[in-house]
Design a protein around this ligand. Structure first.
Ligand code: NAP
Length: 276
């Protein structure tokens, strides 16, 4: 029987996930369809119950439901439980709904694939402490990154993640600005530089070291002000598209047990977004 998958969010029309997953099904000859479904917060519980009843094989979850969906699921993967957020739901063989979070692992895959050799014991500065940063911090720790510092406008939010990780350090944006030269890997997770955004980079990059690795999880535009400035200082740069494609690929693996072609998808979406 044809399988069907979805992405739920509010809003949802902008999501590139349906395009990506349907292209992968077609390429692999998988008899499945993936649809965007607009779900308002007040309808989330009913939507989950309906999906369960209607026999979906799984779905993705985006803003603003990543945390609030948890009480409506039957089981949580260990990492999703730690993160307190779910972006992928899988219907298990027993018919239970199990929540996963593939965002952080998607970022780590994308970073390591783009950079090649990376030393996980080098000092890493994570800029921002929102939902995405949280997932990335736990996934980096799980992957073996040992020197993680988190800088955030609201330092208490960075400190809360550090406390849960039981490792690393939380600092202010001002301290990050004055100690930039002491880090080797940078991960920018605030919406600064987004096409729709209304604020600039949280600090000056005057002290940005030469020859560092700089990743930004924003992918529209592909080249953010952070990446442009880092590139000028000779950094190896990684845009946010790889994270998006890899989080989808890991969800695909959970649902279908095989891996889609991520390289071709990154090239295709890069072209769509006007990049090279
Ligand atoms: P979020 O939970 O709302 O967190 C936003 C973060 O940005 C917080 O650290 C916040 O600091 C900081 N921030 C917001 N406005 C700021 C300002 N004016 N000055 C300084 N800092 C500011 O958002 P999120 O879900 O983590 O998403 C963050 C970005 O990642 C978005 O642009 C999203 O599109 C992108 N993203 C990309 C992918 C991908 O696949 N590539 C996946 C997920 C998210 P405070 O804590 O002080 O408020």
């Amino acid at each position: 029987m044809k399988k069907w998958f979805a992405v739920i969010g509010d809003p949802i029309a902008q999501s590139k996930s349906p395009h990506m997953h349907n292209a992968w099904y077609m390429e692999a000859g998988v008899d499945a369809a993936y649809i965007p479904v607009h779900v308002k917060p007040e309808h989330l519980e009913q939507a989950v119950a309906s999906f369960k009843l209607l026999g979906t094989s799984g779905w993705n979850v985006t803003i603003p439901h990543k945390q609030t969906i948890i009480p409506f699921l039957d089981e949580l993967d260990e990492l999703a439980e730690k993160m307190g957020a779910v972006n992928t739901v899988v219907r298990t063989a027993e018919g239970k709904l199990k929540g996963y979070n593939t965002d952080g692992a998607g970022f780590v895959r994308s970073l390591e694939e783009a950079v090649g050799t990376i030393h996980r014991d080098e000092p890493l500065l994570l800029i921002g402490a929102g939902g995405a940063a949280r997932g990335i911090a736990f996934a980096l720790q799980q992957a073996g990154y040992t020197k993680i510092t988190i800088a955030n406008r609201t330092v208490a939010k960075a400190q809360a993640i550090i406390d849960e990780m039981q490792a690393g350090r939380a600092i202010s944006m001002q301290e990050a600005e004055s100690t930039l030269h002491t880090f080797k890997i940078f991960v920018q997770t605030t919406p600064a530089g987004m096409t729709t955004g209304d604020f600039d980079l949280p600090f000056s990059l005057e002290k940005f070291p030469t020859g560092a690795i700089a990743a930004d999880i924003v992918y529209n535009p592909l080249m953010t002000p952070f990446l442009l400035a880092a590139e000028e200082k000779g950094a190896k740069i990684v845009n946010g598209l790889g994270m998006f494609v890899h989080q989808g690929a890991i969800a695909y693996e959970h649902w279908l047990g095989s891996s889609p072609n991520t390289n071709a998808m990154i090239a295709h979406l890069t072209e769509q977004l006007g990049g090279k």
